[in-house]
Design a protein around this ligand. Structure first.
Ligand SMILES: Nc1nc2c(c(=O)[nH]1)N[C@H]1C(S)=C(S)[C@@H](COP(=O)(O)O)O[C@H]1N2
Ligand SMILES: [Mo]
Length: 313
C-alpha cells in the first residue's frame, strides 16, 4: 500500500482544535504505523477456540464476507478508553460490566430499570449480520446478537408526546481514562427519531460471533443502527429516555459543523474534510463504493421520504 488516505488514520475528533490536534499527534503516528501493515494489529488476541467455526463462510445478504473476529474485537472506536483504536481492547480488558442496569424512562407510561441479564431473558436473542460503516471511511461486517429495540420500547409504552429517543453511555471517569479528557462533553450521548428507533433493523446488541459482548465492543449492551455512521451505535448504555425534542449528542456538541443528528450513510454527502464515496472494508486492501444508507435503502428510505438528505445529514 503506497498511499494511506488521511480519512483512515484520522480519529473522528482530531481536527477539532489545534489543542487536541497537538495532543493527539502521537496517536496518529502510531495509527499510521499500524495501517502501514494494511491490517489492524490487535493488542489482545482472543484464543483461537473463541472464534466460532460456524461463522466461517458466512456472509451478509449482499454476499460480503464477515470481518475476522480478531479485527472486530481489536480495532475499536471507544473514546471512553482511548482515541487509539488498537489500544481499546487492552485498556478495557477486565472492565467490569456485570451487574449492569439500564433505566428506561422519560415520556413513557411504564418506566422501568432493567438488569441486563433480565433483558436478555425477556427478549429472544437473534443473530443479525450487519455492515458497519464508520464515518472515518472504514467498514466491517459483524454478526451481532441482540433483539429489536422496538420490543423494549413497546413494553415501556411511549406516550403520545414522545418523538425521540435519547441514549446515554456509562459515566465513570475514575474507571474510564478517556472521560478525563475535558474536550468531550461526557457521557457519550446519542439519539434517534422514534420511528427510526422502532424500525426492525435497529437492535440492542448483547453479543457478536455467538459470544457475549467484550468490553471493547460496548458491553454489556449497545445500540446498532446499521444504516447510519458507526458513531450513532452507542456503547455501554445505562439510560434510554423518550423525549419530545430532538436530543443533542456528544458529536453534535463537539463538532457541530461535522455531525448532524441523522448521520445516515450517504456517499453523496462528503464530510467537510473527506469524501464519503468509498470505504475500506477491514481485511481488504482496496476501497469499495459506499452505498446509500449503507445498503439498507430498500428497508429505510421511506423513513426519510420528502426530506432533503443533503440538508439533514
Ligand atoms: N460510548 C461510545 N459509543 C461509541 C463510540 C464511543 O467512542 N463511545 N464510538 C462509536 C464509533 S465512532 C464507532 S465506529 C463504533 C465502533 O464500534 P465497534 O468498536 O464495536 O466496532 O462505536 C460507536 N459507539
Ligand atoms: Mo466511527
Amino acid at each position: 500500500m503506497n498511499k494511506i488516505p488521511s480519512s483512515e488514520i484520522t480519529p473522528e475528533s482530531v481536527y477539532m482544535s489545534r489543542r487536541s490536534f497537538l495532543k493527539r499527534a502521537g496517536l496518529l503516528a502510531a495509527a499510521a504505523a499500524a495501517l502501514a501493515a494494511c491490517k489492524p494489529q490487535g493488542a489482545v488476541l482472543p484464543p483461537a477456540d473463541a472464534i466460532p467455526p460456524s461463522a466461517s463462510g458466512q456472509t451478509d445478504e449482499l454476499g460480503d464476507a464477515l470481518t475476522d473476529y480478531q479485527d472486530v474485537t481489536t480495532y475499536n472506536n471507544f473514546y471512553e478508553f482511548s482515541l487509539d483504536k488498537e489500544a481499546v481492547a487492552r485498556l478495557s480488558e477486565g472492565w467490569i460490566t456485570s451487574p449492569w442496569s439500564v433505566t428506561v424512562g422519560g415520556l413513557v407510561n411504564r418506566p422501568k430499570t432493567y438488569d441486563v441479564d433480565d433483558l436478555r431473558r425477556l427478549y429472544d436473542e437473534e443473530e443479525r449480520i450487519y455492515r458497519m460503516r464508520c464515518v472515518e471511511g472504514w467498514s466491517m461486517v459483524i454478526p451481532w446478537l441482540g433483539f429489536p429495540l422496538s420490543k423494549l420500547l413497546k413494553d415501556v409504552e411511549p406516550t403520545g408526546q414522545a418523538r425521540y429517543v435519547r441514549f446515554e453511555s456509562v459515566y465513570d471517569p475514575a474507571g474510564l481514562p478517556g472521560q478525563r479528557d475535558p474536550w468531550f462533553n461526557w457521557p457519550y450521548v446519542e439519539g434517534l427519531r422514534l420511528d427510526e428507533a422502532m424500525h426492525d433493523l435497529t437492535i440492542l446488541s448483547t453479543g457478536l460471533y455467538g459470544k457475549t459482548l467484550l468490553p471493547q465492543n460496548g458491553a454489556p449492551l449497545r445500540l446498532v443502527v446499521p444504516w447510519k455512521y458507526g458513531f450513532k451505535s452507542i456503547k455501554s448504555i445505562v439510560k434510554i429516555e423518550l423525549v419530545e425534542e430532538m436530543p443533542s449528542s456528544l458529536w453534535m456538541d463537539a463538532a457541530p459543523s461535522e455531525y448532524g443528528f441523522y448521520a445516515n450513510v450517504n456517499p453523496d454527502v462528503a464530510h467537510p474534510r473527506w469524501s464519503q464515496a468509498t470505504e475500506r472494508r477491514i481485511g481488504d486492501l482496496g476501497r469499495r463504493d459506499t452505498l446509500l444508507f449503507n445498503g439498507y435503502e430498500e428497508a429505510v428510505a421511506s423513513l426519510y421520504s420528502g426530506m432533503d438528505l443533503r440538508q439533514n445529514y
